[in-house]
Each structure stands twice: as C-alpha cells, then as structure tokens.
Design a protein around this ligand. Structure first.
Ligand SMILES: [Zn+2]
Length: 399
C-alpha cells in the first residue's frame, strides 16, 4: 500500500501488525503444539512511574477497548481517568486491566495495547499535575502538537483535556473532544503585516465575535509597551494579551508579568487577561501564576510527557495461580478508598478490606468492559472523564 506518512492505519493496528515479532512466533508455536485453547488471566500493572510521580491518570482506555473488541476474551479495567498508583498500601502491584481468555487469541495485542495506555496516560498525568499546581481558576491550553507526529494530535489533545486542560489548539484535537479549537495569533501574522496595531485590528475585524481577542504582545517591542498598545487599540473588545517572551529576553519572566499587570491596571485595563506561553512547565508555572498570569499555553512539556511504564503479565493459567518472578499470581480484586484514593489489592475471594488509612469502606474499582469480545458498557464522554479527573485531583495531596 502506498502511503504518504509513516503511520499505521486503523486496520493494520487492529490486525496486530504493529506488534513485536516474538508474539507472532509465540502464537504460531502455541497453535502448532495444541496450546491455542489454554485459558489465562493476564494483568496490566505499572512497572514504574517516571520522575517519582506518586500517581498517574490512567488514559487511553477507549482505544484499548476498541483494539480488543471482537476477540474471544473478557476485559476488566479501572475506568478511564482513574488516578492510579504503582502499588497498593502494602506494596502489591495494582492490576489496572485484567484480560481473561485464551492467550493465543490476544497475545499479539500486548504491544499496541500498552502503547495506547502508556503514552496517553503520561500526557494526561503531566496535564493533571499542572492543573493541580495552578488550581482550578487558571486557563490551560494545550499547544503541544507541533512537536509530535501529526497523526498523534487527536490522542495528545484528548489526553491533555482529560488531564484537566481547558482547551486544545488543533482542529482535529478539538473535534475529538467535541469543542472548538482555541488559540491566539502567531508572530508571523504581525511580521507579515509589519505593524502590530494593524495586525491586532485586522484580527478583530476579520475574526467572528466568539473568538476571544487575545493579542500577542512581544513581537517587536517590550511586553509592557505592546500590552498597553493592544489594550488601547482594541479598547473593551480585548480579552487578553499573550506573552511568548523568547528565552534570550526572559530575564525574570515573573517580574515581566508583574510589570505588565501593573501597567495595564494603572491605565484602567484590569479586565485584560495575561496569557503566557513558551517554556511553561510544572516547575515554573506556579511562580508565573502567582505573578499574575491568568492562563497558559503549554506545549511540549505536556505533549512530550514521559510515558507511564506499564507491563502485561500472565498471573493464572487454567484457573491456577502462576506468575513469573517479581509478579503476584492469581485473580485479584482492586479496592480503592473513595476518600483518600488509597488502594488495596486482595485475592479474588478475600473479604472486602477497610481503608488502612482512614478506615472507610473501600470500593471494587475494576469494571467489566468486554464480555466475550463485546463492549458491554457505554464509554463515558471526555467531559465526564475530565470531571472525574478533577474530582479526584481535589483528593490527592502529593505531587
Ligand atoms: Zn481512606
């Protein structure tokens, strides 16, 4: 098949063509020797969380389920958007997904399955960490698709939104989450028109009224000069200014923001928001927010998030517990405390535990999503998943 770009198609992924060859060989051998009906339970657990994250936002389940749909297996999982940890209170690895069925039937899907979950979870987690740091009132926009393969834009933007961002810049990402894309204006517009005031006014004239008037104010002059110029040019039609200060000019970015806020306020432009982009990350975002930034365009830091390192392992064969060294065998139940989100993993037939932290009744968090190949529940909307993430974020304190 001729193709323009280095991407796998839906059909190729669904046929297992993005898998590692050793699974294909395993499948062949199992068939040749008559092991193709051997029933197993396999679990996906966190091997490690990057950068000492205490938790991650489990994301990518919708794609994972569509990958597995049609196979003669049952699939249980924690819901998409669940804040998960690597291990429970007692140090036992937490099964996030459990697959039950003939290993022969699903072995080749391990590679794409992990890929869907590991990357999306990493992106959503970085987004959620930033949301947790800045609190609920700051505007967070995902600007990061330009540094990633364009075929991934829908996944990246969806994951950032689920993690608690307010909007995404790509057309296709916005379509994926059912929203309008959000953005401002590039320096190129101002440079081509060779006059910032002319460019701002042109933006105001040409763009439909629902597009917020956020004027880029660092193209030719100092940020505070251009910010005041933009506010005076657009009067009460302006929504905000965007500072995208290059690193060579940054000095103390927080101080620049403070100064812009002051100069706007003193001239009666208190309503003009300050949006900041360029090099924003979880280490500097709090300082910039405290200095007066009302919103952030955050790019590569989120789209290029480290992946959550997940692994799939067999834990039972024909109903008997068996696992490799380093993994806990047998069918399990995953319990979570609704108050503090602490986890306890028990064997499947154990009594429901009380939360070891607060004594509350714990909830069985695994949900059956696929029964003999059929998706048996309606998957939640991205807005519902995002709300679930935000609600849990208010219950975690560590970062
Ligand atoms: Zn508890």
């Amino acid at each position: 098949m001729e193709r323009l770009f280095h991407i796998a198609t839906d059909e190729e992924i669904k046929r297992g063509e993005t898998t590692d060859v050793y699974f294909v060989r395993t499948k062949e051998i199992l068939k040749a020797k008559g092991y193709d009906k051997v029933n197993v339970i396999a679990e996906i657990t966190v091997s490690s969380l990057p950068e000492k994250w205490p938790w991650a936002v489990f994301t990518g389940l919708d794609e994972a389920l569509r990958l597995l749909e049609g196979l003669p297996i049952d699939v249980y999982s924690v819901p998409e958007g669940t804040i998960v940890r690597a291990k429970d209170y007692y140090g036992v690895k937490i099964p996030l997904v459990i697959i039950e069925g003939p290993y022969y039937e699903f072995c080749i899907y391990e590679t794409p399955l992990l890929g869907f979950l590991c990357q999306a979870s990493g992106v959503a987690t970085r987004a959620a960490r930033i949301r947790k740091i800045v609190g609920k009132d700051k505007l967070l926009l995902a600007f990061g698709i330009r540094r990633m393969h364009p075929a991934l834009a829908p996944m990246l933007d969806r994951a950032a939104y689920i993690g608690g961002f307010d909007g995404v810049s790509s057309l296709i990402g916005a379509k994926t989450i059912g929203k309008k894309p959000m953005g401002t204006m590039p320096h190129a517009l101002i440079i081509v028109m060779r006059d910032q005031v002319k460019a701002w006014k042109a933006f105001d004239e040409v763009m439909p009224p629902e597009v917020p008037r956020i004027m880029l104010v660092d193209t030719f002059y100092d940020e505070k000069i251009e910010a005041v110029m933009a506010a005076e040019a657009l009067k009460d039609r302006i929504y905000g200014v965007r500072l995208d200060t290059p690193s060579s000019r940054k000095g103390n970015f927080a101080d620049i923001i403070r100064e812009v806020r002051w100069e706007l306020d003193i001239r009666g432009h208190k309503n003009v928001k300050i949006i900041v982009s360029g090099g924003v990350n979880e280490h500097n975002v709090k300082e910039l927010a405290d200095a007066g930034a009302d919103g952030f365009g955050i790019g590569t830091y989120v789209s290029n998030a480290p992946v959550v390192d997940l692994a799939m392992d067999i834990v039972a064969v024909e109903g008997k517990p068996v696992a490799k060294r380093g993994k806990f065998s047998g069918r399990k139940v995953v319990w979570r405390c609704p108050n503090d989100l602490e986890y306890v993993v028990t064997p499947w037939n154990a009594e429901p535990p009380k939360c070891p932290k607060c004594g509350s009744k714990m909830e069985n968090i695994l949900v059956k999503y696929i029964e003999r190949g059929k998706i048996i529940r309606k998957l939640p909307s991205v807005d519902k998943i995002r709300r679930y993430v935000l609600e849990q974020l208010s219950k975690v304190s560590e970062l």
